[in-house]
Design a protein around this ligand. Structure first.
Ligand SMILES: C[S@@+](CC[C@H](N)C(=O)[O-])C[C@H]1O[C@@H](n2cnc3c(N)ncnc32)[C@H](O)[C@@H]1O
Length: 248
């Protein structure tokens, strides 16, 4: 089983692929106060949870979703059809950093997908390329709630500078030429809901599908849960920043 399929199965009960609740996703999108006929772009859109909801909240908006994952985009297309949103959503299977648009956007999202560009600063530069003057970015990024131990960094294959603290993350956005105009810091309940859903839904699927695929899915769920409970729980945070470019 490849990683995309594992992720698709694991997200069945929590289609937002970040530790953010549906209510807080709504709050962030509503706070963007998009103009009539808004154009929205999501770089690393996954299964389209943010875009689909944005199209529901802004009924005359149109959107483009970009991802490299075939399963994720197929799922986004299927959900768009079910919700009657297909005519306002275009999906593109290309790397986020090579997506070319003909017109700029009022809102560009990159939530839990900054790694598609490299570091946060690279993602913020990539997002800026697509923004119209006065447009907004919604960027979800990890941060260290507490300094990570050496063991945790090894477990995650990370280095201490991959993330900053919360203040440092806002400073990184400022240094990249953005003002933070609103934000949501994921709560422990949101993290728990996300991780119990990811690991639990995959575990249920594994038990319903005995055999080599089930064994592999169960091992992936166990490994993920161990890494969370014995590793990054309460150490890794997640913040979704609503950003507006400044004149640098
Ligand atoms: C954690 S998921 C976040 C999905 C979505 N933004 C959300 O919050 O529900 C990260 C997504 O980034 C996508 N991704 C990873 N590398 C990418 C790249 N180079 N270009 C586009 N998408 C990429 C993955 O396929 C995955 O769907």
């Amino acid at each position: 089983m490849h990683r995309q399929l594992i992720s698709h199965l694991a997200h069945a009960d929590h289609p937002i692929a970040s530790p953010v609740s549906a209510a807080n996703l709504d709050r962030l999108l509503t706070r963007a106060k998009l103009p009539a006929g808004a154009r929205i772009l999501d770089l690393g859109c996954g299964e389209g949870a943010w875009l689909l909801r944005a199209l529901e909240l802004y009924p005359d908006a149109t959107a483009d979703g970009v991802d490299i994952g075939q399963e994720a985009l197929a799922s986004a297309a299927e959900s768009a059809g079910r919700l009657g949103l297909s005519d306002r959503l275009r999906l593109h299977q290309v790397p986020a950093d090579s997506f070319e648009a003909t017109q700029p956007y009022d809102l560009v999202l990159c939530v839990g997908a900054t790694h598609a560009f490299g570091a946060l600063a690279d993602a913020l530069d990539g997002v800026r390329r697509h923004l119209r003057p006065g447009g907004l970015a919604l960027v979800g990024e990890g941060f260290w709630e507490r300094p990570p131990s050496k063991e945790l960094l090894e477990l995650l294959g990370s280095d201490p500078d991959e993330y900053a603290g919360l203040a440092g993350t806002v400073a990184r956005a400022r240094d990249a030429g953005y003002a933070t105009v609103y934000a949501h810091t994921s709560t422990r309940d949101e993290w728990d809901e996300y991780e119990w859903s990811w690991t639990g839904t995959l575990t249920r699927w594994a038990l319903d599908n005995p055999g080599p695929d089930g064994d592999e899915a169960l091992a992936a769920a166990d490994e993920h849960r161990d890494m969370w409970l014995d590793g990054y729980r309460d150490v890794l945070g997640f913040v979704t920043l609503l950003l507006r470019p400044t004149d640098r």
